[in-house]
Design a protein around this ligand. Structure first.
Ligand SMILES: [Zn+2]
Ligand SMILES: [Zn+2]
Length: 351
C-alpha cells in the first residue's frame, strides 16, 4: 500500500488542497494506473458540496481518468504495462446479477461501486482521479484508442458515455430528430455524438450566445428557450430530447416538443422533486425517462466509436493549483466545454 499525491476535499465548504491519498496494493486482478489527465465533472462539485446528501472527508473526487498502465496483477490479461487506459464512474459491481451479466453494471442490482465516495467490496471508501495514481480492478479499466488525443480522452469516461448510452438506447440515427437541452460538458458531447450517428440535431439553450459553437459542433438548428416562441414553433418536433441541465426544468413545456411516441430523457441529477402533467404525456403517447452513465462494454464501444469518427470533447487544460478556480467557473457555466487537469503539475504541490 502507498500514499500518492492528490488534490483533496477536507470539508463541505473548504477549498480543495494538495495532500496524499492511500492506494491499495495491486491485487491479482488489479491494474495500477499512472494518471496523466483527469476531467472535472459537475458531479465532483455536487458530491463535495453535499448537494446530493452527506459525504465522507477527506475525499478525492474525479471520475474521468486517463492514464498509462504502470503495473498489472498476475491474473490480468486484458491490459499490459504502457497501455493507454481510462476509468470512468464505475470501479466495481457484483458481476453476478442479471444487469451485470448483461453489461449494465451501472444498474447492478446489488449496488454498483462508484469511483469515489462509495464503499468498495473490501469495505474501503473509494477515492477518485484527482491524484497521480489509482488501483482499479481490470474489469473496470477501458482501452483508450491511440487516435483519441490523450488529454481529450478523460471527459469521454463520464460526459461521453452519459450521452452516448441514451442516444443508442433510443436509436438516434438517420431520420431521427434529436434535441439537446443545454450546451455544457454533457451537451456538447451529445451534439457531437448525435451528429456522428446521423441524427438531425437541435440545441435548445437559454440564449443564443453559444449558437456559433453549437453549429460548429454539429448541430443543425439552435433555438433560445428564453424566447417563448421557441416552444410554440417547435411543438411536436422531436423524437428524442436529452436534458443535460442540472436545474429543474419546466418539463411540461419540453414534453410538448415531442412528437408521437417521443421520449424526454433527463441525464443531469437534481435532488428536487419534479412535477409533470399527465396530459403532456397522453397528448402524443410521450415518455419521460432518465439515464445514468453506461456499462463497461458500452463505454468501450463509445470510446471505439469516438476513435472511428474522430470525435473528442473540447477541453480547457488546467494545472492542479487551478482546480478551485476551475470549480468556480464550472458553477458559473464558464468553461469551453470541459476542464481537464494536467496531473503532471500535481506532485510539485505536495512537496
Ligand atoms: Zn461525471
Ligand atoms: Zn450486479
Amino acid at each position: 500500500m502507498s500514499n500518492v499525491p492528490a488534490y483533496i476535499a477536507t470539508s463541505v465548504d473548504a477549498p480543495l488542497e494538495a495532500g496524499t491519498v492511500w492506494r491499495r496494493d495491486v491485487g491479482p486482478n488489479d491494474v495500477l494506473i499512472d494518471i496523466r489527465w483527469s476531467g472535472i465533472c459537475h458531479s465532483d462539485i455536487h458530491t463535495v458540496r453535499g448537494d446530493w446528501g452527506p459525504t465522507v472527508y477527506p475525499l478525492v473526487v474525479g471520475h474521468e481518468i486517463a492514464g498509462t498502465v504502470a503495473a498489472v496483477g498476475s491474473a490480468v490479461t486484458k491490459h499490459a504495462v504502457g497501455d493507454r487506459v481510462g476509468v470512468g464512474c464505475l470501479v466495481n459491481s457484483c458481476r453476478e446479477c442479471a444487469n451485470c451479466v448483461a453489461g449494465a453494471e451501472q444498474y447492478c442490482l446489488n449496488g454498483k461501486t462508484g469511483t469515489y465516495a462509495e464503499v468498495d467490496r473490501d469495505g474501503t471508501i473509494t477515492q477518485g482521479g484527482y491524484a497521480t495514481q489509482v488501483v482499479v480492478d481490470a474489469d473496470f479499466v477501458l482501452r483508450v484508442p491511440e487516435s483519441i488525443p490523450f488529454e481529450k480522452a478523460a471527459p469521454l469516461l463520464c460526459a461521453g458515455i452519459t450521452t452516448y448510452s441514451p442516444l443508442r438506447r433510443w436509436n438516434a440515427g438517420p431520420g431521427t430528430r434529436v434535441a439537446i437541452v443545454g450546451l455544457g460538458g454533457l451537451g456538447h458531447m451529445a451534439v457531437k455524438l448525435a451528429h456522428a450517428m446521423g441524427a438531425e440535431v437541435t440545441v435548445l439553450s437559454r440564449t443564443l450566445s453559444k449558437r456559433d459553437d453549437g453549429l460548429q459542433l454539429g448541430a443543425d438548428h439552435y433555438f433560445a428557450t428564453s424566447d417563448e416562441a421557441t416552444f410554440t414553433d417547435l411543438a411536436g418536433s422531436f423524437d428524442l430530447i436529452l436534458n443535460t441541465i442540472s436545474q429543474n426544468l419546466a418539463l411540461d413545456q419540453y414534453l410538448e416538443l415531442l412528437a408521437l411516441d417521443g421520449t424526454l430523457v433527463t441525464l443531469a441529477a437534481s435532488a428536487e422533486p419534479i412535477t409533470i402533467s399527465e396530459f403532456a404525456l397522453q397528448g402524443q403517447r410521450r415518455s419521460l425517462s432518465a439515464s445514468t452513465i453506461g456499462g463497461i462494454p458500452e463505454t468501450q464501444e463509445m470510446l471505439d466509436f469516438c476513435a472511428e469518427h474522430g470525435i473528442a470533447p473540447e477541453v480547457e487544460i488546467v494545472a492542479a493549483d487551478q482546480i478551485n478556480e476551475a470549480w468556480d467557473r464550472v458553477l458559473a457555466s464558464d468553461v469551453r466545454f470541459r476542464f481537464v487537469i494536467d496531473i503532471e503539475t500535481l506532485p510539485a504541490l505536495v512537496g
